[in-house]
Design a protein around this ligand. Sequence first.
Ligand code: GAR
Length: 200
Amino acid sequence: MMNIAVLASGNGSNFQALASAVKRGYIRACVKLLVVDKEGAYARVRARRLKIKDIFIDPKRFRTRVDFDEALRKLLKAEKIDLVVLAGFMRILSPRFVRAFKNRIVNIHPALLPAFRGEHAIKRALTYGCTMTGVTVHFVDESVDHGPVILQGAVTIKAGTKLSDLEKKIHRLEHLLYPKAVKLFVEKKLHVKNRRVTIR
Ligand code: GAR
């Protein structure tokens, strides 16, 4: 069975959605580990409730990003991790780390990439006046919010939509799409060629 590590920095609702999907048997894999880079991340509370091991790696202990990533890589190797799931992990991973887990790191972004890469994507789509935005699950490559697209889903933005309502809509969609994408990975149904991911 594949071992999954989830990396998060904050709330961890996507971590929870994945762990629940595993628990109900939708995904046949093991969520072995939650790693956070913020000591107070709420995702840790969820991990304890779910009885999933959680580890805090303190970025302050490392001189450089590469050193942090090397500690992370060693930990994931020791835990025999097959798939790294980024779920609101607000750090950029160094090229060496990405290469070590080539096409085995996935990320979720709250916009239709390549639109609104980076932070505050939901708010930026709303203030831009978009009538549509959405969610992207993608493989991680060496550039930020850039790797091959696995799944995307769209949501419409009606006139007068409040940010909090749009956020709710986006998160609901994330909690559907992310388990779906991870299930496809675990079942070895994702095939990457150049930027194109085919599902078969
Ligand atoms: C999610 O909306 C995710 O798409 C976003 O952080 C949130 C984490 O929520 N990620 C990014 O913006 C990455 N650029 P969660 O902690 O409740 O899963």
